[in-house]
Design a protein around this ligand. Structure first.
Ligand SMILES: *Cc1c(COP(=O)(O)O)cnc(C)c1O
Length: 239
């Protein structure tokens, strides 16, 4: 094994231990939580090693980096998640490799994704990214639909050709009433998910929790955690 492979294997084992312990503490089965490794800013070689180590889900947040990486790794049995703010002019590229777009937050983006998915004959999974700090200044930077806008956007995705409504995603807010209270934020997301599932029972993915707060996400009921730093190391630049 190369040094990097050993390092990634050790980090993955630690993250796996954390997820398993959090599941145990919450009385949940380990297979109720899926690990998505966020590979942004790291090279395709790392993605390949992660695949060899058994990782099946990876996430990226910038199309410029993700598109070439996904192309270089197209032979690997991986699901690609797009988790960054998505401009409509990048939709064509993203639909070329993304199995799931976790950052769906506005009608115009839904229309663009649907049109492109139909054009290339793919089905794209969609998570609505929820801004739990809607109204705060951070919202503009990170995107996300406000809780009040979820129902309408969910219905729109559900009736859009080429798209599949998979559920909800959030990032723990840094400002507003949930600042410093990730578990409360994730519990709110779970309540919103319960509402969405009344109309769309199959939309049962709840993507929440990162390196710093995956335990709180698992405790709240998340089905997917998105872990970057704890697996790959501190990113060399802002991602
Ligand atoms: C970078 C990123 C993550 C992973 O964050 P870490 O703190 O490195 O685990 C998760 N979700 C999104 C949307 C991200 O952009």
């Amino acid at each position: 094994m190369t040094d990097r492979k050993q390092e990634l294997a050790a980090n993955l084992a630690k993250v796996e231990e954390r997820i398993a312990a959090a599941c145990e503490a919450a009385g949940r089965r380990r297979d109720e939580v899926t690990l998505i490794v966020v590979t942004k800013t790291y090279p395709a070689d790392d993605v390949r090693v992660l695949s060899e180590l058994g990782v099946r889900h990876v996430a990226e947040n910038r199309d410029q980096d993700a598109a070439p990486k996904a192309a270089a790794c197209s032979d690997l049995p991986l699901s690609w998640h797009f988790v960054g703010q998505l401009q409509t002019n990048k939709v064509r590229s993203v639909v070329g490799y993304a199995d799931v777009v976790q950052s769906v937050d506005r009608a115009r983006l839904v229309a663009a994704l649907s049109k492109e998915a139909v054009r290339v004959g793919r089905e794209v999974g969609c998570l609505l990214q929820v801004a739990l700090d809607a109204g705060e200044s951070a919202r503009g930077e990170r995107g996300g639909v406000s809780p009040a806008g979820i129902e309408e956007l969910a219905d729109l995705v559900a009736r859009s050709e080429g798209l599949r409504l998979d559920g909800l995603m959030t990032v723990a807010p840094l400002t507003g009433e949930y600042a410093g209270r990730p578990q409360a934020a994730f519990e709110h997301l779970m309540d919103l998910s319960t509402c969405v599932r009344r109309a769309h029972p199959a939309a049962n993915m709840v993507s929440a929790g990162m390196s710093a707060d995956l335990e709180q996400a698992v405790a709240a009921g998340a089905t997917h955690v998105r872990v970057g730093t704890a697996v790959l190391g501190v990113r060399p630049r802002l991602g």
